[in-house]
Structure formats: structure tokens, C-alpha cells
Design a protein around this ligand. Sequence first.
Ligand code: 4AD
Ligand code: MG
Length: 431
Amino acid sequence: MALAEGRLVKVSEALRMGDGERVVVRGWVYRFRDLGEKVFLVLRDSTGIIQVVVGGESAERARAADVEASVVVEGVVRSDPRAPGGKEISATSVTVVGPSKGFPIARDLSREFLLDVRHLWVRSRRMQAVLKIRHTVFGALHEYFRGRGYYEVQAPMFITAAVEGGATLFPTRYVDGSTVYLTQSSQFYLEALIFSLEKVYTVAPSFRAEKSRTRRHLTEFWHCEAEEAWATLDDIMRVEEELVWHVIDRVLESNQEELKLLGRDPRPLEACKPPFYRLTYDEALELLERKGFKVHWGDDLGADEERALVEEFDKPVFVHRYPVKAKAFYHKSDPKRPEVTLSADLLAPEGYGEIIGGGERIDSLDELLQKLRDFGLQPKDYEWYIDLRRYGSVPHSGFGLGIDRLVMWIAGLDHIVDAVAFPRTLRRVYP
Ligand code: 4AD
Ligand code: MG
């Protein structure tokens, strides 16, 4: 279509322009008000919203533009203190590119309905803000690792044995008729790769057949995992806190507008400078006991316990040295106290709880074989993983960060499904 006279600009640019400038903007109708002589459109693009006033002959055409119709508007920028952003466009022409008869998102704004129409709800200003924050988070994760000598690697999604326990494995029928699983974590492959590259990381989906409905579990989530040769538990906790702060810092730098739109107070995030708090599992249990929780020594902490625990802290807290039976088999025992592991979970404040799990891995062949037996696992299912302890084994540590949970916390959301464009949960694989 002919783009006469005016300069083609994004909404955010138009909002910064001086009065009298001729512009062309393209976007979608966010709001619509027909005042008879004049039609008021609020136009939305990926950068913001701007009011468009349409009078005269063009008003008729603007009237045909329903909510979420795509339009091209030509007009003149004018200051108007009543308009959102203080500017509006006085339109000289409006062209509807794609009509939008009966856009379904109108009155019913229930969570379930908005999930049913997620392919359309991603256009909402809230989702747009979350997706922009998510973009910053992913970029910052890569930036952190790449800036510190970690190699980015890729692990397979089809695997043959559990990393994190059989209960949440996703079986699928492979091409040859055998049963394989969708990966729960790339950890074991990252462990293999440290013998080549020493410091590695990956950003990839992980899959868990989570059977319970919670606010923080997806069946498909984005996992940022790192593994490092020669690193101890202390070393890896320092990497984790630096990484989390780096991501938060980038969001604070790039997404103030989005945080504001979401009603997210940035101050609790600003407080999250390292070092984070460190608490042993035993200390955590004592604290919980004082708060009226009875946790049996040896059990993992649940969401309720984590929430109660983080109430006591104004930034993230590491809980380290979980009992052997509370964690997966690959965790190394503390040589000073074999009934606990050199593991740590990082719990986010403000009620969010676990966002990272990690620690030091078993590096001795004998300890690994014994541990597999203790956990009732078959060494034959883990042959290649065991091999890593046969050929040049080294002490090493690593961790996995749930990116959707990190976004959920940073954006201040109350449900993990709102941190993802197209969430997969127990009950939902559509759209
Ligand atoms: O604590 P997890 O199960 O640890 C592992 O998978 C290790 N193998 C990671 C490693 O050391 N390389 O999972 C790590 C993180 C959790 O802390 C949580 O943030 C996230 O992954 N996570 C989930 N996020 C969304 N939905 C789920 N169902 C999740 N399960 C784990
Ligand atoms: Mg965990």
C-alpha cells in the first residue's frame, strides 16, 4: 500500500516526536471508542500504545476497525495531556489491513479461558511485558556464561535412563519400537562434555511428567544448566549467585517499564546482590521447627516449607547439604559427614522458593556404583555415565536453573504458566 508523505515510525518513536510531524504507524487496535463525529483508536505495536483521533471521512473507515484489527494510520503528531503517553496522532487516513470481527477476548478474563486463547492473549500488554522480560533473562544467561569462559553445548532430548528419578519420566515410542524418554535434565551429557571443554552450559527444554498441579510446575520447562570440572560446591554456589544477580541487574536496566506495567516493585530485586544467604539443611530444619513446621530429617523440603523459610530472608538463600535420601543419586556425600550430600538448592525470596538445584557430583567409580545399588538402580542403565568415572575422572560440580521460575519471580507473577508464552502442564498441551 502507498505510504504517502509521513515517515514510517514505531509507536514509541511517535510518542517522542514533536508536534506537527507527519507519521505513518502500523499496528493493532487496542481500544476503540466511537464518539459519533470522531473515533478514538488506541493503536498498539510491539513498542507501546498511542491514541489516534480520527475525524471526517476517515472516521467511517476507522469505525470498521474492530478491536485487534491491524491498521495503518497516517497522521500528524500532537500533544494531548489526556492521551496515554501525552501524545496522540490526528489521523488523515486509516487503512484496515486485517479485520478482526468478534475478537474473542472481551468479558471472560478467567485464567482457564485466557489459557484456551493463549495464541491471542500473547498480544495483551501483560504478556507482552512478561515476554520482554523473558527475552532479557535468556540474553543475560548467555551473556553471563559466554563472558566467563563457558562453552555453550547441546544435549539430546531423547534419552534412555532417568536423571531425576523414574516418577516423572516421559516415555515415548522410538522409531525402532523401543521405549525412550524425554530428557529431565541435560546434566549427564554436560558432565561428559567437561572432559572436553571443562566449563560448559546449555539452555534447553527439560520434561517432567509432573502429576500434581502446582503454581510452579510445568511438564515442559526451560532449563539453564552448567557444569564445571574441578569446581567444588562453594565454587558453584558463587557462580549461581553471580549469575542470578547478573540476570536481575540486566532486567532492572532494560525492563523498568515492563516491571511497572506488571505492578512489580523493583526494590526487592535491587536488594539481591551477592553474597546470598547460606543455610545448612539442618539449620533450615531448626528454623522451620521454630516456625511450627515439623520436617522429618531426611525428607526434601516442600513448597510450603520453602515459602516459610524464605519469609525470613530479604534475598535468595542457599540451603546446602541435604540428606542423601532427599536428593538424586549422583550427589557426592560430604566426606566429613557421609549422611549428607554436597548439594545446594537456591531458594528465591518473596515466597517463590526453589529456582536452582545443584552441587558436587560423585567422581569416584566405587562411590557411584554403591550409590546406584543403594538407590535400587541398575548400573547397566548408566553404563556410559559410569565410564566417566573410569577414564580420567575429576571432581566437578554443576547446577540447573529453572528459567520459567526465575522469570516468574523476577516479574512477580503468581503462577508459572504466566511466565511462558505457551505453557505445557498436566492438563494442557493446547494451544
Ligand atoms: O532440582 P532439579 O530437578 O535438578 C536437576 O534437574 C539437576 N539435574 C540440575 C543440574 O544439576 N544440572 O531441577 C532444576 C531446576 C529446579 O530448581 C527448578 O527451578 C526447575 O529446574 N524445575 C522446574 N521448573 C518448572 N517445572 C518443573 N516441573 C520443574 N522441575 C524442575
Ligand atoms: Mg530440585
